[in-house]
Write a protein that binds this ligand. Sequence first.
Ligand code: GDP
Length: 438
Amino acid sequence: MFDSITGSLRNSINKIRHKDDAAALKKATTELKKSLLKADVHHKTSKELITEVELETKKNGIGQDSFINALKKELNEILSTKGNQGFVFSNTPPTTILMTGLQGSGKTTTTGKLANYLKTRKKKVLVAACDLQRLAAVEQLKQIAQQVEVDIYFDDNEKDPVVIAKAAQEKAKKELYDVLLVDTAGRLAIDEELMNQLFEVKNAINPDEIFYVADSLTGHDATKTAITFKEKIGIDGVVLSKYDGDTKGGVALSIAHQVGVPLRFIGVGEKMPDLEVFIPDRIVSRLLGLGDMEGLAEKTSAVIDEKKAKEVSKKIKKGEFNFNDFLEQLAMMSKLGSMKSIIGMIPGLSQMAGPIKDMDFENSDEIKRIKAMIGSMTPKEREQPSLINPSRKRRIAKGSGLSDVQVNKILKQFKSASKMAKKLSSKGGMKGLSNMLG
Ligand code: GDP
Protein backbone atom coordinates (compact mmCIF):
# COMPACT_ATOMS: atom_id res chain seq x y z
CA MET A 1 0.00 0.00 0.00
CA PHE A 2 1.22 3.48 -0.89
CA ASP A 3 4.81 2.36 -1.48
CA SER A 4 5.20 4.76 -4.35
CA ILE A 5 3.63 7.90 -2.86
CA THR A 6 5.32 7.31 0.50
CA GLY A 7 8.67 7.10 -1.23
CA SER A 8 8.17 10.31 -3.18
CA LEU A 9 6.81 12.23 -0.19
CA ARG A 10 9.94 11.18 1.71
CA ASN A 11 12.08 12.47 -1.18
CA SER A 12 10.37 15.79 -0.91
CA ILE A 13 10.90 15.92 2.87
CA ASN A 14 14.58 15.05 2.44
CA LYS A 15 15.18 18.14 0.30
CA ILE A 16 15.14 20.21 3.47
CA ARG A 17 18.23 19.58 5.55
CA HIS A 18 18.99 22.88 7.23
CA LYS A 19 16.98 25.47 9.04
CA ASP A 20 15.89 28.68 7.27
CA ASP A 21 16.90 27.40 3.83
CA ALA A 22 14.27 29.02 1.59
CA ALA A 23 15.77 27.56 -1.60
CA ALA A 24 15.47 24.06 -0.14
CA LEU A 25 11.82 24.68 0.72
CA LYS A 26 11.23 25.63 -2.90
CA LYS A 27 12.88 22.40 -4.03
CA ALA A 28 10.80 20.42 -1.56
CA THR A 29 7.53 21.91 -2.75
CA THR A 30 8.47 21.34 -6.40
CA GLU A 31 9.17 17.71 -5.54
CA LEU A 32 5.91 17.57 -3.60
CA LYS A 33 4.00 18.79 -6.62
CA LYS A 34 5.57 16.08 -8.76
CA SER A 35 4.73 13.36 -6.25
CA LEU A 36 1.12 14.45 -5.91
CA LEU A 37 0.55 14.55 -9.64
CA LYS A 38 2.19 11.15 -10.04
CA ALA A 39 -0.11 9.83 -7.30
CA ASP A 40 -3.20 10.91 -9.29
CA VAL A 41 -4.10 13.73 -6.94
CA HIS A 42 -6.47 16.17 -8.62
CA HIS A 43 -4.58 19.28 -9.75
CA LYS A 44 -6.79 21.64 -7.73
CA THR A 45 -6.31 19.57 -4.59
CA SER A 46 -2.59 19.45 -5.17
CA LYS A 47 -2.33 23.19 -5.73
CA GLU A 48 -4.20 24.02 -2.56
CA LEU A 49 -2.19 21.56 -0.52
CA ILE A 50 1.14 22.94 -1.72
CA THR A 51 0.19 26.55 -1.09
CA GLU A 52 -0.94 25.74 2.43
CA VAL A 53 2.10 23.59 3.25
CA GLU A 54 4.42 26.36 2.08
CA LEU A 55 2.63 29.04 4.13
CA GLU A 56 2.47 26.87 7.21
CA THR A 57 6.15 25.90 7.01
CA LYS A 58 7.22 29.52 6.64
CA LYS A 59 4.99 30.53 9.53
CA ASN A 60 6.68 28.07 11.86
CA GLY A 61 10.23 28.59 10.59
CA ILE A 62 11.64 26.59 7.68
CA GLY A 63 13.06 23.23 8.71
CA GLN A 64 12.46 19.55 8.12
CA ASP A 65 10.27 19.10 11.20
CA SER A 66 8.09 22.07 10.46
CA PHE A 67 7.71 20.90 6.85
CA ILE A 68 6.63 17.42 8.00
CA ASN A 69 4.20 18.92 10.50
CA ALA A 70 2.73 21.22 7.88
CA LEU A 71 2.36 18.31 5.48
CA LYS A 72 0.64 16.21 8.13
CA LYS A 73 -1.68 19.04 9.08
CA GLU A 74 -2.72 19.91 5.53
CA LEU A 75 -3.13 16.29 4.38
CA ASN A 76 -5.27 15.73 7.43
CA GLU A 77 -7.37 18.78 6.71
CA ILE A 78 -8.03 17.66 3.16
CA LEU A 79 -9.04 14.16 4.23
CA SER A 80 -11.29 15.37 7.04
CA THR A 81 -14.46 16.11 5.12
CA LYS A 82 -17.27 17.29 7.35
CA GLY A 83 -19.83 14.59 8.10
CA ASN A 84 -20.21 11.17 9.67
CA GLN A 85 -17.28 8.86 10.35
CA GLY A 86 -17.41 5.07 10.18
CA PHE A 87 -20.82 3.50 10.66
CA VAL A 88 -23.59 5.59 12.19
CA PHE A 89 -26.71 3.94 13.61
CA SER A 90 -30.07 5.59 13.23
CA ASN A 91 -32.30 6.14 16.24
CA THR A 92 -35.01 4.01 14.67
CA PRO A 93 -33.63 0.62 13.62
CA PRO A 94 -33.12 -0.92 11.18
CA THR A 95 -30.40 1.45 9.98
CA THR A 96 -30.79 1.13 6.23
CA ILE A 97 -27.84 1.63 3.93
CA LEU A 98 -28.06 1.67 0.16
CA MET A 99 -24.84 0.35 -1.37
CA THR A 100 -24.09 1.85 -4.78
CA GLY A 101 -21.24 1.87 -7.26
CA LEU A 102 -20.14 0.80 -10.71
CA GLN A 103 -19.92 -2.84 -11.70
CA GLY A 104 -16.67 -4.38 -10.53
CA SER A 105 -16.00 -1.63 -8.03
CA GLY A 106 -16.29 -4.11 -5.17
CA LYS A 107 -19.83 -3.23 -4.12
CA THR A 108 -21.02 -6.75 -3.33
CA THR A 109 -17.78 -7.63 -1.55
CA THR A 110 -17.97 -4.41 0.46
CA THR A 111 -21.58 -5.16 1.42
CA GLY A 112 -20.33 -8.46 2.85
CA LYS A 113 -17.41 -6.78 4.60
CA LEU A 114 -19.70 -4.22 6.21
CA ALA A 115 -22.06 -7.00 7.31
CA ASN A 116 -19.08 -8.79 8.84
CA TYR A 117 -17.86 -5.60 10.52
CA LEU A 118 -21.29 -5.10 12.12
CA LYS A 119 -21.69 -8.75 12.99
CA THR A 120 -18.40 -8.81 14.92
CA ARG A 121 -19.84 -5.88 16.84
CA LYS A 122 -22.84 -8.01 17.80
CA LYS A 123 -25.38 -6.39 15.49
CA LYS A 124 -28.22 -8.25 13.81
CA VAL A 125 -27.69 -7.68 10.10
CA LEU A 126 -29.80 -8.41 7.02
CA VAL A 127 -28.42 -8.01 3.51
CA ALA A 128 -30.75 -7.61 0.54
CA ALA A 129 -29.81 -8.90 -2.92
CA CYS A 130 -31.05 -6.19 -5.29
CA ASP A 131 -28.26 -6.41 -7.86
CA LEU A 132 -30.21 -8.13 -10.62
CA GLN A 133 -27.92 -6.71 -13.29
CA ARG A 134 -24.76 -8.73 -12.87
CA LEU A 135 -25.49 -12.40 -13.49
CA ALA A 136 -23.74 -13.91 -10.51
CA ALA A 137 -24.27 -11.08 -8.03
CA VAL A 138 -27.14 -12.66 -6.07
CA GLU A 139 -25.31 -15.99 -5.85
CA GLN A 140 -22.15 -14.17 -4.72
CA LEU A 141 -24.04 -12.34 -1.98
CA LYS A 142 -25.64 -15.60 -0.83
CA GLN A 143 -22.21 -17.15 -0.43
CA ILE A 144 -20.82 -14.13 1.35
CA ALA A 145 -23.79 -13.97 3.72
CA GLN A 146 -23.28 -17.61 4.58
CA GLN A 147 -19.59 -17.07 5.12
CA VAL A 148 -19.99 -14.15 7.52
CA GLU A 149 -23.10 -15.71 9.05
CA VAL A 150 -25.67 -12.98 8.45
CA ASP A 151 -29.16 -13.35 7.01
CA ILE A 152 -29.95 -12.51 3.43
CA TYR A 153 -33.19 -11.53 1.70
CA PHE A 154 -33.48 -12.52 -1.97
CA ASP A 155 -36.21 -13.50 -4.39
CA ASP A 156 -35.11 -15.49 -7.42
CA ASN A 157 -38.51 -15.04 -9.08
CA GLU A 158 -38.69 -11.27 -8.80
CA LYS A 159 -37.29 -9.02 -11.53
CA ASP A 160 -37.91 -5.67 -9.90
CA PRO A 161 -35.25 -4.53 -7.40
CA VAL A 162 -37.71 -2.05 -5.88
CA VAL A 163 -40.04 -4.86 -4.84
CA ILE A 164 -37.15 -6.83 -3.32
CA ALA A 165 -35.79 -3.82 -1.45
CA LYS A 166 -39.21 -3.06 0.02
CA ALA A 167 -39.85 -6.64 1.07
CA ALA A 168 -36.41 -6.80 2.68
CA GLN A 169 -37.14 -3.64 4.61
CA GLU A 170 -40.46 -5.07 5.81
CA LYS A 171 -38.69 -8.17 7.03
CA ALA A 172 -35.94 -6.14 8.75
CA LYS A 173 -38.54 -4.06 10.58
CA LYS A 174 -40.71 -6.96 11.59
CA GLU A 175 -37.87 -9.14 12.77
CA LEU A 176 -36.04 -6.33 14.58
CA TYR A 177 -32.79 -6.24 12.64
CA ASP A 178 -30.30 -3.56 13.65
CA VAL A 179 -29.06 -2.98 10.13
CA LEU A 180 -30.24 -3.56 6.56
CA LEU A 181 -27.62 -3.36 3.80
CA VAL A 182 -29.07 -3.18 0.29
CA ASP A 183 -26.76 -4.29 -2.52
CA THR A 184 -27.83 -2.60 -5.76
CA ALA A 185 -27.01 -3.01 -9.44
CA GLY A 186 -23.97 -1.45 -11.02
CA ARG A 187 -23.12 -0.74 -14.62
CA LEU A 188 -19.83 -0.58 -16.44
CA ALA A 189 -20.35 3.14 -16.81
CA ILE A 190 -22.93 5.60 -15.64
CA ASP A 191 -26.17 5.52 -17.63
CA GLU A 192 -29.64 6.97 -17.24
CA GLU A 193 -31.34 3.64 -16.68
CA LEU A 194 -29.07 2.78 -13.75
CA MET A 195 -29.59 6.16 -12.15
CA ASN A 196 -33.35 5.91 -12.54
CA GLN A 197 -33.40 2.48 -10.99
CA LEU A 198 -31.31 3.60 -8.02
CA PHE A 199 -33.53 6.60 -7.62
CA GLU A 200 -36.62 4.39 -7.49
CA VAL A 201 -35.08 2.06 -4.91
CA LYS A 202 -34.01 5.07 -2.88
CA ASN A 203 -37.52 6.54 -2.92
CA ALA A 204 -39.11 3.24 -2.05
CA ILE A 205 -37.08 2.52 1.07
CA ASN A 206 -35.82 5.96 2.10
CA PRO A 207 -32.40 4.77 3.36
CA ASP A 208 -30.62 6.42 6.28
CA GLU A 209 -27.50 6.73 4.19
CA ILE A 210 -26.28 6.01 0.68
CA PHE A 211 -22.74 4.65 0.41
CA TYR A 212 -20.83 4.89 -2.83
CA VAL A 213 -18.15 2.24 -3.36
CA ALA A 214 -15.25 3.69 -5.34
CA ASP A 215 -12.51 1.53 -6.83
CA SER A 216 -9.20 3.15 -5.77
CA LEU A 217 -7.47 1.70 -8.80
CA THR A 218 -9.52 3.73 -11.27
CA GLY A 219 -7.68 6.95 -10.34
CA HIS A 220 -9.29 10.16 -11.56
CA ASP A 221 -12.34 8.28 -12.86
CA ALA A 222 -13.26 7.31 -9.30
CA THR A 223 -13.54 10.99 -8.42
CA LYS A 224 -15.53 11.87 -11.54
CA THR A 225 -18.01 9.04 -11.05
CA ALA A 226 -18.46 9.85 -7.37
CA ILE A 227 -19.36 13.43 -8.31
CA THR A 228 -21.99 12.18 -10.77
CA PHE A 229 -23.52 9.81 -8.21
CA LYS A 230 -23.62 12.65 -5.71
CA GLU A 231 -25.39 14.95 -8.14
CA LYS A 232 -27.85 12.38 -9.45
CA ILE A 233 -28.90 10.41 -6.40
CA GLY A 234 -27.03 11.95 -3.48
CA ILE A 235 -24.40 10.06 -1.49
CA ASP A 236 -23.56 10.31 2.21
CA GLY A 237 -20.32 8.42 2.32
CA VAL A 238 -17.63 6.88 0.15
CA VAL A 239 -16.04 3.49 0.72
CA LEU A 240 -12.72 3.20 -1.07
CA SER A 241 -12.24 -0.39 -2.19
CA LYS A 242 -8.99 -2.06 -3.27
CA TYR A 243 -6.91 0.41 -1.28
CA ASP A 244 -4.43 -2.40 -0.71
CA GLY A 245 -3.53 -2.46 -4.39
CA ASP A 246 -3.22 1.30 -4.65
CA THR A 247 0.41 2.32 -4.52
CA LYS A 248 -0.44 5.84 -5.59
CA GLY A 249 -2.71 6.74 -2.70
CA GLY A 250 -3.88 10.00 -4.25
CA VAL A 251 -7.48 9.04 -4.92
CA ALA A 252 -8.45 9.45 -1.26
CA LEU A 253 -7.19 13.03 -1.32
CA SER A 254 -8.97 13.84 -4.58
CA ILE A 255 -12.29 12.33 -3.55
CA ALA A 256 -12.29 13.95 -0.12
CA HIS A 257 -11.43 17.35 -1.56
CA GLN A 258 -13.37 17.33 -4.82
CA VAL A 259 -16.51 15.39 -3.90
CA GLY A 260 -17.00 16.84 -0.45
CA VAL A 261 -18.50 13.65 1.00
CA PRO A 262 -16.71 11.92 3.89
CA LEU A 263 -14.71 8.78 3.25
CA ARG A 264 -16.14 6.24 5.66
CA PHE A 265 -14.31 2.95 5.16
CA ILE A 266 -11.46 1.52 3.15
CA GLY A 267 -11.24 -1.97 1.65
CA VAL A 268 -7.77 -3.38 2.16
CA GLY A 269 -7.96 -6.90 0.70
CA GLU A 270 -10.26 -9.50 -0.77
CA LYS A 271 -11.19 -11.16 2.51
CA MET A 272 -14.18 -10.27 4.65
CA PRO A 273 -12.21 -8.81 7.60
CA ASP A 274 -10.29 -6.53 5.21
CA LEU A 275 -12.31 -3.40 5.92
CA GLU A 276 -11.22 -0.50 8.11
CA VAL A 277 -12.88 2.67 9.30
CA PHE A 278 -11.36 5.61 7.47
CA ILE A 279 -9.61 7.78 10.03
CA PRO A 280 -7.77 10.71 8.41
CA ASP A 281 -4.76 11.07 10.70
CA ARG A 282 -4.09 7.36 10.53
CA ILE A 283 -4.10 7.43 6.75
CA VAL A 284 -1.79 10.44 6.78
CA SER A 285 0.55 8.53 9.05
CA ARG A 286 0.58 5.61 6.64
CA LEU A 287 1.01 7.89 3.62
CA LEU A 288 4.12 9.29 5.25
CA GLY A 289 5.39 5.78 6.05
CA LEU A 290 4.94 6.17 9.80
CA GLY A 291 2.62 3.16 10.24
CA ASP A 292 -0.58 2.93 12.27
CA MET A 293 -0.09 1.10 15.55
CA GLU A 294 -3.38 2.35 16.93
CA GLY A 295 -5.24 0.82 14.00
CA LEU A 296 -3.40 -2.45 14.51
CA ALA A 297 -4.28 -2.57 18.21
CA GLU A 298 -7.92 -1.93 17.38
CA LYS A 299 -7.98 -4.62 14.74
CA THR A 300 -6.50 -7.24 17.03
CA SER A 301 -8.65 -6.32 20.01
CA ALA A 302 -11.85 -6.74 17.99
CA VAL A 303 -10.81 -10.23 17.00
CA ILE A 304 -8.77 -11.62 19.88
CA ASP A 305 -10.74 -12.95 22.79
CA GLU A 306 -8.64 -11.99 25.82
CA LYS A 307 -9.99 -14.69 28.08
CA LYS A 308 -9.21 -17.29 25.48
CA ALA A 309 -5.73 -15.83 24.94
CA LYS A 310 -4.99 -16.15 28.67
CA GLU A 311 -6.21 -19.74 28.74
CA VAL A 312 -4.00 -20.60 25.79
CA SER A 313 -0.94 -19.00 27.32
CA LYS A 314 -1.55 -20.95 30.55
CA LYS A 315 -1.74 -24.15 28.54
CA ILE A 316 1.47 -23.29 26.75
CA LYS A 317 3.19 -22.74 30.08
CA LYS A 318 2.11 -26.17 31.26
CA GLY A 319 3.12 -27.78 27.98
CA GLU A 320 -0.50 -28.72 27.29
CA PHE A 321 -0.97 -26.87 24.02
CA ASN A 322 -2.80 -29.29 21.74
CA PHE A 323 -4.17 -29.51 18.21
CA ASN A 324 -7.55 -28.04 19.11
CA ASP A 325 -5.81 -24.94 20.46
CA PHE A 326 -3.79 -24.81 17.29
CA LEU A 327 -6.91 -24.85 15.09
CA GLU A 328 -8.48 -22.12 17.19
CA GLN A 329 -5.39 -19.94 16.82
CA LEU A 330 -5.48 -20.45 13.07
CA ALA A 331 -9.13 -19.41 12.88
CA MET A 332 -8.34 -16.30 14.90
CA MET A 333 -5.50 -15.33 12.58
CA SER A 334 -7.75 -15.61 9.56
CA LYS A 335 -10.17 -13.15 11.17
CA LEU A 336 -7.40 -10.55 11.14
CA GLY A 337 -7.51 -10.45 7.34
CA SER A 338 -4.70 -10.38 4.85
CA MET A 339 -1.05 -10.07 5.81
CA LYS A 340 -0.64 -7.10 3.51
CA SER A 341 -3.15 -4.97 5.38
CA ILE A 342 -1.49 -5.75 8.70
CA ILE A 343 2.04 -5.10 7.53
CA GLY A 344 1.13 -1.62 6.31
CA MET A 345 0.25 -0.69 9.87
CA ILE A 346 3.64 -1.44 11.35
CA PRO A 347 6.05 1.48 10.95
CA GLY A 348 8.80 0.76 8.45
CA LEU A 349 7.73 -2.82 7.85
CA SER A 350 5.93 -2.31 4.58
CA GLN A 351 9.17 -1.09 2.97
CA MET A 352 11.08 -4.05 4.43
CA ALA A 353 8.56 -6.85 4.16
CA GLY A 354 8.99 -7.79 0.49
CA PRO A 355 7.47 -11.14 -0.47
CA ILE A 356 5.74 -11.98 2.83
CA LYS A 357 3.34 -9.14 2.09
CA ASP A 358 1.64 -11.28 -0.53
CA MET A 359 1.72 -14.44 1.51
CA ASP A 360 -1.60 -16.20 1.93
CA PHE A 361 -0.85 -17.91 5.22
CA GLU A 362 -4.15 -19.72 5.54
CA ASN A 363 -3.96 -21.25 2.09
CA SER A 364 -0.27 -22.18 2.14
CA ASP A 365 0.56 -25.85 1.43
CA GLU A 366 2.05 -26.27 4.87
CA ILE A 367 -1.10 -25.15 6.67
CA LYS A 368 -3.30 -27.20 4.35
CA ARG A 369 -1.26 -30.32 5.22
CA ILE A 370 -1.50 -29.65 8.94
CA LYS A 371 -5.26 -29.13 8.69
CA ALA A 372 -5.68 -32.37 6.74
CA MET A 373 -3.67 -34.22 9.36
CA ILE A 374 -5.66 -32.81 12.28
CA GLY A 375 -8.84 -33.66 10.39
CA SER A 376 -7.88 -37.34 10.51
CA MET A 377 -7.22 -37.40 14.24
CA THR A 378 -9.70 -38.58 16.84
CA PRO A 379 -10.91 -35.96 19.35
CA LYS A 380 -8.76 -37.65 21.99
CA GLU A 381 -5.63 -37.46 19.85
CA ARG A 382 -6.22 -33.77 19.24
CA GLU A 383 -6.55 -33.16 22.98
CA GLN A 384 -3.56 -35.27 23.88
CA PRO A 385 -0.98 -35.48 21.09
CA SER A 386 1.21 -37.75 23.23
CA LEU A 387 -1.23 -40.59 22.58
CA ILE A 388 -0.15 -40.79 18.96
CA ASN A 389 1.91 -44.01 18.68
CA PRO A 390 3.24 -45.55 15.42
CA SER A 391 0.03 -47.42 14.56
CA ARG A 392 -2.07 -44.29 15.14
CA LYS A 393 0.39 -42.36 12.98
CA ARG A 394 -0.13 -44.80 10.12
CA ARG A 395 -3.89 -44.48 10.42
CA ILE A 396 -3.69 -40.69 10.44
CA ALA A 397 -1.43 -40.71 7.39
CA LYS A 398 -3.84 -42.91 5.47
CA GLY A 399 -6.86 -40.83 6.44
CA SER A 400 -5.28 -37.51 5.50
CA GLY A 401 -3.62 -38.64 2.28
CA LEU A 402 -0.19 -37.73 3.62
CA SER A 403 2.85 -39.97 3.75
CA ASP A 404 4.12 -41.44 7.04
CA VAL A 405 7.17 -39.21 6.69
CA GLN A 406 5.05 -36.07 6.33
CA VAL A 407 2.95 -36.93 9.38
CA ASN A 408 6.06 -37.67 11.41
CA LYS A 409 7.62 -34.40 10.38
CA ILE A 410 4.56 -32.31 11.33
CA LEU A 411 4.18 -34.08 14.66
CA LYS A 412 7.85 -33.50 15.43
CA GLN A 413 7.58 -29.83 14.49
CA PHE A 414 4.52 -29.46 16.67
CA LYS A 415 6.26 -31.11 19.60
CA SER A 416 9.35 -28.99 19.36
CA ALA A 417 7.31 -25.82 18.84
CA SER A 418 5.26 -26.41 21.96
CA LYS A 419 8.41 -27.29 23.91
CA MET A 420 10.04 -24.07 22.78
CA ALA A 421 6.91 -22.07 23.59
CA LYS A 422 6.83 -23.60 27.06
CA LYS A 423 10.47 -22.71 27.68
CA LEU A 424 10.01 -19.19 26.40
CA SER A 425 6.95 -18.52 28.48
CA SER A 426 8.37 -20.01 31.68
CA LYS A 427 11.79 -18.40 31.48
CA GLY A 428 10.45 -15.09 30.31
CA GLY A 429 10.61 -13.90 26.74
CA MET A 430 13.92 -13.09 25.15
CA LYS A 431 16.00 -14.34 28.06
CA GLY A 432 14.50 -17.78 27.51
CA LEU A 433 15.25 -17.58 23.82
CA SER A 434 18.88 -16.58 24.32
CA ASN A 435 19.35 -19.41 26.86
CA MET A 436 18.01 -21.86 24.37
CA LEU A 437 20.26 -20.61 21.63
CA GLY A 438 23.14 -21.16 24.03
P1 GDP B 1 -19.26 -5.50 -7.77
O1 GDP B 1 -19.52 -5.79 -9.21
O2 GDP B 1 -19.09 -4.03 -7.55
O3 GDP B 1 -20.25 -6.10 -6.84
O4 GDP B 1 -17.80 -6.09 -7.46
P2 GDP B 1 -17.33 -7.32 -6.57
O5 GDP B 1 -17.76 -7.15 -5.17
O6 GDP B 1 -17.68 -8.59 -7.24
O7 GDP B 1 -15.75 -7.11 -6.61
C1 GDP B 1 -14.99 -7.16 -7.78
C2 GDP B 1 -13.60 -7.74 -7.49
O8 GDP B 1 -12.87 -6.86 -6.65
C3 GDP B 1 -13.65 -9.05 -6.74
O9 GDP B 1 -12.70 -9.92 -7.30
C4 GDP B 1 -13.29 -8.71 -5.32
O10 GDP B 1 -12.65 -9.76 -4.63
C5 GDP B 1 -12.33 -7.56 -5.54
N1 GDP B 1 -12.27 -6.63 -4.38
C6 GDP B 1 -13.29 -5.96 -3.80
N2 GDP B 1 -12.84 -5.18 -2.79
C7 GDP B 1 -11.50 -5.37 -2.72
C8 GDP B 1 -10.45 -4.83 -1.89
O11 GDP B 1 -10.63 -4.00 -1.00
N3 GDP B 1 -9.18 -5.27 -2.15
C9 GDP B 1 -8.91 -6.18 -3.15
N4 GDP B 1 -7.64 -6.55 -3.31
N5 GDP B 1 -9.87 -6.69 -3.94
C10 GDP B 1 -11.14 -6.30 -3.74
